[in-house]
Design a protein around this ligand. Structure first.
Ligand SMILES: *Cc1c(COP(=O)(O)O)cnc(C)c1O
Length: 337
């Protein structure tokens, strides 16, 4: 099976397993796990942010951040297809007691003009707007990347209105590699950033939330409330350290593979169009009478796994466990379909 369902299906590499075996560990709830402490300070240093918190999942990092930045009854501005809104089990309502102002983005990207129009006035009828969440790359937007100038404009608006700005950076490293940008650039602009270690970076689990010292102190408390206080999780943090050192630059290979897959798909009559491919995600729209589930089923029989993310949309994701040879084999299978 060639598994393009998600970049979360990777197995730890030999290097990661060795890093795990050799990791010094301790009880992280006591702040005594050297590997977690090292990972948190490495990530914070990389982004030029004051502090960081290791979390079991990207969902937990995002939900902790949203809870810290809001009060019950507040409103969070994000794209209508944002992961924090549509893929986190209603967590904004359940965990933070806040509601969402969803904006129709361009492949998941919202603009400063849109944000400006969505900030509620100081009026007792209205929810208090307190937070803007951006997602880079956008998962449901097909791995699209923000223009950094637009992010700066949104940051200025947040500053002018006293709003917090959070980045769901589950795949931020894919964007950084694609755009030739630096982590520090993002650390300077956002009040909090979550990154995933369990996506393109290839770790079995893990995410890191970053922000100011005060924010992370509060986040550590919320993580405990959410049941995310960890003990000897340094074995997992060691994978994260290994990934930050070894698995970032190689993301460009995944991006090349995604472009190859998109080229192969574009020649097929059952494909109507493909969202522009910037990073490691390919979203292809299937032409009627074919359906995404139907094509996914035929591909499965031929040894390729993909996800039908809507009745007409197929998603391919490239990752650490997809080799160039597997891409060529997949292209042959697609060609014959
Ligand atoms: C995967 C993902 C997350 C978090 O996922 P977890 O599986 O909880 O680690 C958050 N945001 C985006 C955009 C994602 O793709």
């Amino acid at each position: 099976m060639i598994d393009f369902r998600s970049d979360t299906v990777t197995r730890p590499t030999r290097g990661m397993l060795e890093a795990m075996i050799n990791a010094p560990v301790g009880d992280d709830v006591f702040g005594e796990d050297p590997s977690i402490n090292q990972l948190e300070s490495a990530a914070a240093g990389m982004f030029g942010m004051e502090a960081a918190l290791y979390c079991p999942s990207g969902t937990m990092s995002n939900q902790i951040a949203i809870k810290c930045h809001t009060r019950p009854g507040d409103e969070v501005i994000c794209a209508s297809n944002a992961h924090v809104y549509i893929y986190e089990g209603g967590g904004i309502a359940a965990n933070a007691g806040s509601q969402v102002r969803a904006l129709e983005g361009d492949q998941g990207r919202i603009t400063a003009t849109q944000v400006s129009g969505a900030i509620n006035p100081d009026d007792v009828h209205k929810a208090r707007t307190s937070l803007v969440c951006l997602e880079n790359t956008s998962n449901r937007g097909g791995g699209s990347c923000y223009d950094f100038q637009e992010i700066l404009r949104i940051r200025q608006l947040c500053q002018d209105h006293g709003l917090a700005l959070h980045l769901d950076g589950a795949r931020l490293f894919n964007a950084l590699v694609h755009k030739g940008e630096s982590p520090a650039q993002y650390g300077e602009v956002f009040h909090s950033i979550s990154i995933c270690l369990n996506k393109g970076l290839g770790c079995p689990i893990g995410s890191i939330l970053m922000g100011s010292r005060d924010f992370i102190r509060q986040a550590r408390r919320v993580r405990k409330v959410f049941g995310g206080g960890l003990r000897q999780a340094g074995y997992m943090a060691a994978c994260g350290l290994y990934a930050l050192e070894n698995h970032i630059d190689r993301l460009s290979e995944d991006h090349l593979h995604a472009r190859r897959i998109a080229e192969g798909l574009s020649r097929k009559s059952f494909i109507d169009h493909i969202l522009p491919v910037e990073t490691n995600i390919v979203i292809a729209e299937v032409r009627k009478p074919d359906t995404a589930a139907g094509i996914a089923g035929r591909l499965h029989q031929l040894g390729i796994r993909v996800i039908a993310i809507s009745p007409a949309q197929l998603r391919f994701v490239t990752h650490l466990d997809i080799s160039a040879a597997m891409v060529e084999k997949a292209l042959d299978i697609i060609e014959d379909l």
